[in-house]
Ligand binder design. Structure first.
Ligand SMILES: CCCCCC/C=C/CC(=O)SCCNC(=O)CCNC(=O)[C@H](O)C(C)(C)COP(=O)(O)OP(=O)(O)OC[C@H]1O[C@@H](n2cnc3c(N)ncnc32)[C@H](O)[C@@H]1OP(=O)(O)O
Length: 719
């Protein structure tokens, strides 16, 4: 867990050896304590260097250990002892120094960083704070404003920025460990007192209270209801107002308030869920580590609408040459100008040059004959998509992968019109595609494992979080959205307003409430889908009783909003009003209020007061209930995948863990009881009827989310 060697006859080299990230597990802490003791007591040793194996200094505490009782040597006294030692200790930082790893570096008397290293205190993203002295030492070293920013955001910084801030003493392009050993030898004769960061006086800004207040406001606005950043601010205040011995106690008290909190559990779950999602597996036995992806050097995008443009940018900025196709000259020219502008702005922000040379724009599908992969991003119309896929079959070489960006249509039906159904897969991007991190990779029954592997890896290469899902209407994300949206509109009928529902969801932590989100996405898309499926418009069977379609409750209010030409932000009117078309500042609209009142009086609905609790329960439990059905149907392989989709694609708050984790945190028994209650009150809403899997899990004693798979595995899978 740590290797001890004597180098250059007098330098103790301690190498952390806990792959893959040299996390500070109990065994590693134990090994560091033992090695330091050895080094400090061996008269031959004049200095110490600490580094990490495989070019990674240390990724921090072993997060998996947080789930159980903490064992092994506690970190704070261990780190204090390193700092207090009488021999110079130098940290040789390669790869990463994060969390406890960064705190380990801070107690070393000197820090040498490789130029590619990244440093940071990401604890806040895990719902905790840097509790091994990080909140006390960093402000002493770099001042309150910079430390506050790093600690409350968890941002990783480059070695160069660390040097500028005064965190590291030297940045090197050579082997950091070798440089650190030479550095340590030179440090032997120098006094250490000024190098002990905990002994420094925190440089204090003139208006400390004002600064802390401003950062508190910022944090509350950005991360509503999230506890950890606020605790971080309090800990940093202690660094400014207390001696280290008291500050470290305050840090520990604050950590105790966070450590076992639901938010910390949720955020740590998200960390692992995100990594689990990449590890797709099919019932055939094919999976992420035994399926070879193809190398993709060139791609084509069909359709330069909002989605197509975003996909072109995502591909080009990772060095893939892209041919973009449109059907009309004017659309092609507009799309081209937009893509170039987006790429130029993106490159400017990242300080690189825009990869415009990788782009080609054309009106002819014939130009696609040699590309490795095509992503179709035309209108959401099955007949049109089928024509495109038939055409692609003819023009593309037989090995070209054919992907569709459909947000919910049958991927297998598209595969069926091609000459290569095994090379067809869904790549469902989220808008704006160059910004949103989620990619649903939709596996049709005929998609080969090589095809799935290629789409998953391509997503990762574009910086996306790729999740493999099965093929059914709406896949995972949009299929679950339906019951969630339905509940929101039913609540409108019953007496709520869009702003009340949005506020409840935003207070819960959603980036945007359901109505603001719908206004942003555009209301006409759903309206068209409802018209096509006979739920509204001239094709509706007049024998339907009011507010019922296809045998179940139906709320026509969204159709009525669209009939008035209110399509959301783009038209300046939707569930809210905006100052102009394209405006983003949503204001409640009295016209919507009137519409709701007229609607309720037309149908004799007596509006009632609806609590925030009912809003949250009906929207989120209906959402999770559909998630259980998706697991039963084998459309998602595990609850983590569903949660990752909602975290990265639909703005579900990370500190809630995602809909499935949230249900488990609330308690499955409680979720079942509330769904039964609401279903009894609304028997014509099938989405409120508890799913068999939920009932089964409750009957099995409500196992933790990570164990649900054991109860699903006998069921049929569409993956
Ligand atoms: C009262 C308690 C007092 C405690 C006092 C001390 C408290 C200290 C707090 C902390 O240090 S919390 C941890 C802070 N560190 C982090 O948040 C870093 C998390 N890791 C990462 O950001 C990344 O993993 C990375 C280090 C940047 C590497 O990224 P890369 O893309 O190269 O690899 P991954 O796929 O992310 O990870 C590989 C593998 O390693 C697992 N892992 C990573 N970090 C940790 C960790 N800190 N603990 C446990 N496991 C970790 C990750 O889950 C992957 O595992 P897999 O099984 O291969 O999927």
């Amino acid at each position: 867990m740590a290797r001890y060697e004597l180098v250059k006859r007098s330098v103790a080299l301690i190498t952390l050896t806990n792959p893959p990230v040299n996390a500070l597990s109990s065994a590693v802490r134990h090994a560091i304590a033992k090695s330091m003791d050895h080094a400090l007591n061996d008269p031959k040793v004049t200095a110490v260097v600490i580094c990490g194996e495989n070019g990674r200094f240390c990724g921090g505490a072993d997060i998996r250990e947080f789930a159980g009782p903490l064992r092994g040597p506690p970190l704070v006294p261990l780190l204090d002892a390193i700092e207090a030692g009488e021999k110079p200790v130098v940290a040789a930082i390669e790869g990463v120094a994060l969390g406890g790893g960064f705190e380990l570096a801070l107690v070393c008397h000197y820090r040498i960083a490789h130029f590619k290293a990244r440093l940071g205190l990401p604890e806040v993203t895990l719902g905790i704070l840097p509790a091994a002295g990080g909140t006390q030492r960093l402000p002493r070293l770099i001042g309150i404003p910079a430390a506050l920013e790093l600690i409350t955001t968890g941002r990783h910084i480059s070695a160069q920025e660390a040097l500028k801030l005064g965190i590291v003493d030297q940045v090197t392009e050579q082997n950091a460990c070798e440089v650190a050993v030479e550095f340590a030898l030179r440090a032997v004769a120098k006094p250490l007192s000024s190098r002990r960061v905990s002994m420094l006086t925190t440089p204090c800004p003139p208006d400390l209270d004002g600064l802390l207040e401003a950062v508190t406001m910022q944090v509350k606005k950005k991360a509503r209801g999230v506890m950890a950043p606020l605790a971080c601010i309090q800990a940093v205040r202690a660094a400014a107002t207390m001696p280290y011995s008291k500050g470290i106690k305050r840090e520990s008290e604050l950590m105790a308030t966070l450590f076992n909190s639901g938010q910390a559990r949720a955020l740590q779950y998200c960390f692992f869920a995100q990594r689990t999602a990449g590890k797709w597996t099919l019932p055939s036995g094919a999976q992420w580590n035994n399926s070879k992806p193809r190398e993709i050097r060139s791609a084509a995008i069909i359709g330069l609408g909002t989605m197509g443009r975003g996909i072109v940018v995502s591909l080009a900025r990772v060095g893939i040459s892209v041919i973009a196709v449109e059907s009309e000259k004017k659309l092609l020219e507009t799309g081209k100008q937009m893509v170039i502008g987006m790429l130029e702005r993106d490159a400017k922000r990242r300080g690189v040059s825009a990869s415009l040379n990788l782009l080609k724009f054309t009106l002819s599908l014939q130009d696609l004959k040699d590309v490795d992969l095509v992503i179709e991003a035309v209108f959401e119309d099955m007949a049109l998509k089928k024509r495109v896929f038939q055409e692609l079959s003819k023009v593309c070489r037989p090995a070209t992968l054919l992907c569709t960006n459909t947000s919910g249509l049958d991927v297998d039906a598209l595969a069926g019109v091609t000459d290569r159904p095994h090379l067809v897969v869904g790549m469902h991007f989220f808008s704006p595609a160059h910004v949103m991190k989620l990619l649903e990779v939709v596996c049709g029954p005929r998609s080969s494992s090589e095809t799935i592997a290629t789409a998953m890896i391509l997503g990762k290469r574009m910086g996306k979080v790729s999740v493999a899902v099965g093929n059914c209407p709406g896949f995972v994300g949009n299929r679950m959205l339906k019951p969630y949206l339905d509940q929101a509109t039913f609540l409108l009928e019953e007496g709520a307003t869009p702003e009340q529902i949005d506020k409840a969801l935003e207070d819960f932590g959603f980036a945007m409430g359901v109505f603001r989100m719908s206004d942003l996405a555009g209301l006409d898309v759903g309206w068209r889908v409802r018209k096509e499926s006979g739920l509204t418009g001239p094709d509706v069977d007049p024998k339907n009783p009011p507010r019922r379609r296809q045998g179940r409750r139906y709320c026509p209010i969204p159709d009525m909003v669209c009939e008035q030409g209110r399509f959301g932000q783009k038209t300046g009117r939707g569930w809210y009003m905006y100052d102009k078309p394209g405006g983003t500042n949503a204001k409640p609209d009295p016209l919507i209020q009137n519409l709701l009142e007229m609607y309720r009086s037309r149908y004799g609905i007596q509006p009632r007061n609806i609590s925030d609790q009912e809003i949250i329960e009906r929207c989120l439990f209906a959402l999770a209930n559909e998630g259980f059905r998706i697991l039963e149907d084998g459309i998602a392989a595990r609850p983590e995948d569903i949660d990752v989709i909602y975290l990265f694609g639909y703005g579900f708050p990370r500190h809630g863990g995602g809909p499935m984790f949230y249900a488990s945190m609330v308690g499955l028994e409680r979720v079942l009881e509330r769904l039964e209650h609401y279903h009894q009150a609304h028997p014509d809403v099938p989405h409120l009827e508890p799913s068999p899997l939920l009932k089964k899990l409750v009957a099995c004693g409500s196992p933790p989310v990570q164990k649900w798979r054991e109860h699903i595995k006998t069921m049929h899978s569409h993956l």
